[in-house]
Design a protein around this ligand. Structure first.
Ligand code: CIR
Length: 254
């Protein structure tokens, strides 16, 4: 069974962390409606969706990807780079422990799940404002017994590694080459975002389908021309909080 854990949009999302965007008012009801449609798409793609509730003290908790990284063998709880997000972890841990053994990243390591890209047994970790080398070392030690190769990757100009690159097919990635070096993915098909769609590299691969924001039609066309099946979702309200499609769920096989 494929499970997707999501977390309700907090009533205080307007007080979210912001790094690259100027603060704009966020319509909570609209964000919630978009989030429910996103969950509906996950259901259509075969996920059993479990939604955790949110509280006003956790403005960013809808971006659940950042607090855990789930592997087949275990789950890693992160130590989020933004201190305001560290209290998001316990509720997610409580649910995840039903499915996986849990291991935690600890200080001085900082890690956001948005910086972790896993393809097969390779794991790239963005060295961003939210994740550091100490966390990469901890991940390497945790994952080495299972044969994963963990590599720290410089990321510039964006929040997380997965703002710059995501997997869109078994052997293809979608990247913004201004933010991450495409040479890292030698041997795979590398599809670049349309230059006018800077934030368009974040896509969520589920099976052979891709969940993708409606905001980037030109890049979407590139994906479809590459034979990729795209399910478009409007996440414009969540994008004001610097969120996109990978960050709103934790997806794994039970
Ligand atoms: C933050 O800055 O932490 C949130 N406002 C946005 C997090 C988005 N997370 C993600 O893309 N993985």
């Amino acid at each position: 069974m494929r499970i997707a854990i999501t977390r309700e949009v907090s009533p205080s999302i307007g007080r979210c962390e912001l790094t690259h965007l100027a603060r704009q008012p966020i319509d909570v009801e609209r964000a919630r409606a978009q989030h429910r449609q996103y969950e509906g798409t996950l259901t259509v793609l075969g996920c059993e969706v479990y939604r955790l509730s949110a509280t006003p003290d956790l403005p960013d908790s809808v971006f659940i990807e950042d607090v855990a990284v789930v592997f087949a063998e275990l789950a890693i709880l992160t130590h989020p780079g933004a201190p305001s997000r560290r209290s998001e972890v316990p509720a997610v841990a409580e649910l995840l422990e039903n499915y996986r053994k849990l291991v935690a990243i600890t200080a001085p390591g900082i890690l956001d799940g948005g910086d972790v890209l896993r393809i097969g047994k390779r794991v790239w970790v963005g060295l961003s404002g939210r994740s550091n080398r100490a966390a990469v070392e901890q991940m390497r030690a945790i994952l080495a017994p299972f044969g994963y190769l963990v590599e720290g990757v410089p990321v510039t100009g964006c929040l997380h590694l997965k703002s710059a690159v995501t997997q869109v097919a078994e052997d293809a990635v979608l990247i913004n080459p201004a933010w991450v070096d495409g040479a890292l993915f030698a041997g795979m098909d590398v599809i670049a975002v349309d230059p006018a769609e800077t934030y368009g590299a974040n896509a969520l691969l589920i099976g052979a389908d891709v969940v993708y924001p409606t905001a980037y039609p030109r890049t979407r066309e590139r994906l479809e021309q590459g034979g990729i099946s795209v399910h478009a979702v409007d996440v414009s309200e969540l994008a004001k909080a610097e969120g996109a499609v990978t960050c709103c769920s934790l997806i794994f096989e039970a």
